[in-house]
Design a protein around this ligand. Sequence first.
Ligand SMILES: *Cc1c(COP(=O)(O)O)cnc(C)c1O
Length: 480
Amino acid sequence: MIKIPLYLSIIKTFENLFCMQNTLEKFDRLVRELLEDESKKPVADFVPSGELYSTLDLSLSEEGVSEEAFEKALKELVFKTPRTATNAFFNQLFGGRNEKAILGDLMAVILNNSMYTYKAAGPQIGVEKVILREVCDMIGWDTNADGTFAPGGSMTNYMSMVMARDAADNNIRFVGVSSKMTVYTSKESHYSIPKNAAFSGIGRDNVRYVPADDQGRMRPSALSEMIEQDVKNGFQPIMVNLTAGTTVLGAFDPIRPVRDICDQHNMWLHVDGAYCGSVLFSERYKHLIDGIELVDSFSFNAHKMLGTPLSCSIIVTKDKKHLHDSFSNDASYLYQTDHDEFNLGKTSLQCGRRNDALKFWTLWKSVGTKGLAKIVDHQFELADVARNHVRNNPDYTLYSYDESISICFNYKGIPARSICTALYEHAELLVGYGSFGDDEFIRLVTINAQNETEDITQFFEILERFVAENEAVLLEATSH
Ligand SMILES: *Cc1c(COP(=O)(O)O)cnc(C)c1O
């Protein structure tokens, strides 16, 4: 065996250390500069997509570039990127920058474990398991329950559909789908449901869209009728997907009556809580998912209401047998050794899997369950502030309801998309629009728990000033 002289190995170690130090300093510098710029300028300059490649040098070349050119290119890119953590970003269902969660995610990058085996991830497996156990306990499930992390709410929904399919017929994973299975979800649910029906072999055409009531919640009586009709026509109804926090109105579908319907037909019940399932952590708002202990699976995104960096998506199921049946390549979970309890690859969609649990753990560890509750409650308080502003001003029309963190409104009858697009292009505010029935409206989401009342008030001040200064232009745009 050739022995490397000790001094060479020491030099190598110092070299590595020096490079990493350099990188960390660069990172530190870039982040400081960005934060300073964000505090003065909460919205990045608008870069029209048609001008992207002429505005920024994104090109890649045969030869690398100098350190200076590299840092300059990176800085320009970072500075022109949409700022999702500021008090002017209300566009999607995430926002803010929770420093404890960020620390966890940065550590996950440095450690770079893969979560499939205890051998490769060690105590990080425990981090994930502790979170899943706590969540199952909070729901009220026993040790038979378990869960996993997946790369997003669309994928946790996908996992629920695969489990529902296999629970209906455990042979499908070997021979494929041959029966005419149907799944049910409300008209207001997320678009991943039909996509997942395609992925799972059930088929997009076999998704039934159940009508919602005037507040955007699934109507159980309509569901029941649709299922009965399908059974008459020779279909096999296998699952209902409910939503806790619909994408547009933030409505919560009723769990208990739907559970009864599922029991009558031996169907799987999943709750897609990607947006607002985190009300589980709040004593004040968990009544919105009343009956959650009765479902077969439940998913939520910690990167939405709880404010961890993207992505941090959890699915839990009442009976872990289904996770193993659908996602393990081994025969049955019953025959696994204790050790396999620590080999999370046996219950996951992926093989190599990044550590999404650590950022949630660092957050939860530091603020406690009460701290998570505060984060959730604060978003509802901000929503009340926004709703009151809309209600108390005759220039506004409100379309959403209480106990929702989506505040949907129109202002002075101006089409929502004209205002939203103009605000974006003028780098004033990032906010989106949505529709319910025949109405289209601006959708303000108070999901960034780092915002205060003043930030919400300021949102409306900016909007109102902008419209006052550009009213003619906005109305002109409308009439075409
Ligand atoms: C955001 C969302 C999803 C999708 O989650 P991703 O993490 O973006 O894939 C699914 N359902 C609902 C209700 C959502 O709001």
